[in-house]
Every structure is written in C-alpha cells, then in structure tokens.
Design a binder for this molecule. Sequence first.
Ligand SMILES: Cc1cc2nc3c(=O)[nH]c(=O)nc-3n(C[C@H](O)[C@H](O)[C@H](O)COP(=O)(O)OP(=O)(O)OC[C@H]3O[C@@H](n4cnc5c(N)ncnc54)[C@H](O)[C@@H]3O)c2cc1C
Length: 407
Amino acid sequence: MRETTDILISGGGVAGLTAACALGSAGFRVICVDPALPVTSDEADGADLRTTAFLQPSIPVLQGAGLWPRLEPHAAALQVMRIIDAGGAEPIARLTRDFDARDISDQPFGWNLPNWLLRREMVARLEELANVSFRPGIGFSRMLVRESEALVTLTDGTRIAAHLVIGADGRQSPVREALGIGAKTCRYGQKALAFAVAHDLPHGNVSTEVHRKGGPFTLVPLPDRDGRPASAVVWMESGPEVARLVALPVSDFEAEMTARSSGILGQLRLISRRSVWPIISQIADRMSGQRSVLLAEAAHVVPPIGAQGLNMSLADLACLLSLVEKHRDDPGVAAVTEAYHRRRHWEVRARVTGIDLLNRASMAEARPLRDLRARALDLLYSTKPVRQTLMRAGLGLGAVGAGTDPS
Ligand SMILES: Cc1cc2nc3c(=O)[nH]c(=O)nc-3n(C[C@H](O)[C@H](O)[C@H](O)COP(=O)(O)OP(=O)(O)OC[C@H]3O[C@@H](n4cnc5c(N)ncnc54)[C@H](O)[C@@H]3O)c2cc1C
C-alpha cells in the first residue's frame, strides 16, 4: 500500500524536527522519519550534550513553529560576544574585545539552549500537530523521482508518494546520495569537546571565545545550575590532544580547562560528561534536486564558531517556508526547489568560506601568526562601523543577506 503526503522529511535531528514543527504549523501534511530514537534527557546514553545558541533571526522561525513559548523559559540570553586572544607566551588574556548587542539592537544577540532539551520540546510540539506523523525507528531507504511526485521507500518497506522530500539527514545524507549530489569536504584534523561547567564568577550573559592555538575555547552562558553560574563549553583542539584531554581524570581535566580559559570565570568545575565531535567543513554542490531540497548539515557543515551551524539551517528553513507558502497545492514544484537552491547556495558558500578562515586563524600554532591574529582583531574592532557590520553579518542581518535571490 502507498501513503501520500505533502512533505516527507528524512532526518529527525534538531533541524529535521524544527522543519516538521514549522511546516506542520503552516498546515502541510508532513511525515518525518529517523532510524534513531530522539534522546530527550541529559542523563540518557547518547544524549546530545551540546547547546545551540539561537541568533535573533532564528527566533521568528521558532515562533512560527510553535516552539519558542516552550523554549524561552529554559534559555540563557547572550548580550555580549567577547573575543579574547591568549596567543602570547603564557595562556593569559592579552587582548579582550567585547561585541555588545546594544551597538546594533535592543535585543540580545541570541539565546542558548541544550540540544537534548530542544529534542524533548520539539517531540512534544509534534504531538500537538495532527497533520504531522513523526516515525522514529524508521529511516529513508531509497526514492524514485518523477515529474509529479517523489516515491520514497522507507526501511520498514512502507512506500510514500510525496510532493516534496527534505533531506535533513545529516552530513552523510542518504537523500543527497540518492539524488547523486556531491559535496566538498575539508578536514582540519580537529575535534571538539563539548561539556558543561559551573564557575565561581557570574557570566553576566557574556559568551566568550578564547583563542590561543588548536581552535577556540568557547564558553556560552547557561541558566544557573543548583544556584551556581554555569556555562556550556566547546573546546577545539587537534584530534590527538582531544583524545588526551577526554581521558584525563576529572581533577586534572578541570585544572587544564581552567588554564585554557585564561581563568576568566574563576575555577571551572565539570558538571556533565565530556562528548567529542569531529570538526569538518562541507558544502553540497547543490541545495536541491527534482522534488527535493537539502537542509542543514545535509547541505552544509561548519566548525562551531560564532554559532553559525544550526542558525544557517533555520535560515534555509525560513527560505523554504516562504517559497512553499506560495505553492500550497504542490510544494515540490521546480519553482520552489530551483529558487531555494539559488537563494541559499551563494549565502551558504560565503558563510562556509568565512568560518573556514576564522577556524584556520584560531588554529594557528606559530607565534608570528598568533600575533598577526591579535592585531587583525584589534584593527577590525577599533572602527565602530566595521564592528557593527561584522556583528550584523554574524547574525545574518547585514552584509550577507538572509535569503535574497542574487540572480
Ligand atoms: C560542538 C558543536 C557545537 C555547536 N554549537 C552550535 C551553536 O551554538 N549554534 C548553532 O547554530 N549550531 C551549532 N552547532 C551545529 C549544530 O549542532 C548542527 O548544525 C546541528 O546539530 C545539526 O543538525 P542536523 O539536524 O542537520 O544533523 P544531525 O543532528 O546529524 O541529524 C541528522 C539526523 O538524520 C538521521 N538520519 C541518518 N540516516 C537517516 C536515514 N536513512 N533516514 C532518516 N534519517 C536519517 C540521523 O539519525 C540524525 O538524527 C554545533 C556543532 C558542534 C559540533
């Protein structure tokens, strides 16, 4: 037997679940499949212990998806992005520059939330949407694309005729592969450690990147934990260094991370497990095929710098929503898939290139390069219009436009 739907989403990660909530809230019939079960508690095996800083332009997308009222009570606001260069002889802060959201807006830059909690609230939201069927434990297997529809076969043998297929199935995207779309990948030999810490000094809603070598050490505010200030940490280093750090006894690890943070929040205490993430850059050659589009890491992967990854994915989703709204009867027509590729690919390319450069600068080992990096930061910061342009571009509000069609 064959089922029919407006939209089939392959992938129930944070991006696929958000897309299911948003497109379901917009009234489309949606089926979302994922072979993995969503882990919705921080203590469960396989919990995603990373956090996501949602930047300003992502909030309307979450509001439209009916998610923001559920998420806002758990979010920590990010008012200042602090960049510290600690690339001198000793691991101490030798240059500190604050990018304050007040310079460009009356709102904070963004709001930070744990990924496992996002999944919990997204799955709960899907239960309110009668027109969305979320099927964890079942994956996308293959598809046959025709002029009028895409015929998808799932891993349990179910066959689904969909107007539009969304590949939100991660960096190895099976949908991308089924479409024959290639991807360019850059490996840095780097990994990221993600974990949570409590600290003596309050974070004051300041998100801080400390640059020395190997990649940034980033502290992002969390709500207080058991009455103590807390932050999420992403610590990027070479693969072998991360393997060494993750194997350290907790007290040694705490001493090393406190030193690496240049002591800016006082003594850091580990309050979660340590999870390890490989770091790559990747961009798909195209963002769409016939009757299908690629979303989020299926289309683009960036190192976790400046909270760009999932925010780019929500910009993909905002663009897709604006296009399918105009083609409610058939959201998979070429007018949607082609315009989506044209509008998103150039911007995604620009961001992937920019973040690649920032990552390489942060990895610099040699002292002269580290000194150059500090001088460049100082120069970019010192002129207010340049500083404001950088902040707006980082948020996706300014220089790099949000979804306008350059063609
Ligand atoms: C350490 C770290 C910190 C980060 N911090 C931030 C941040 O602060 N802000 C930000 O914007 N971004 C951040 N990111 C990026 C962000 O986490 C990712 O963009 C996001 O989690 C990726 O989501 P995704 O849904 O595209 O992919 P995934 O989470 O990989 O989801 C893909 C899903 O597809 C499923 N799948 C696989 N095969 C199939 C199949 N055959 N059929 C159906 N489904 C399938 C998988 O099971 C998986 O659930 C960070 C990344 C890292 C590594």
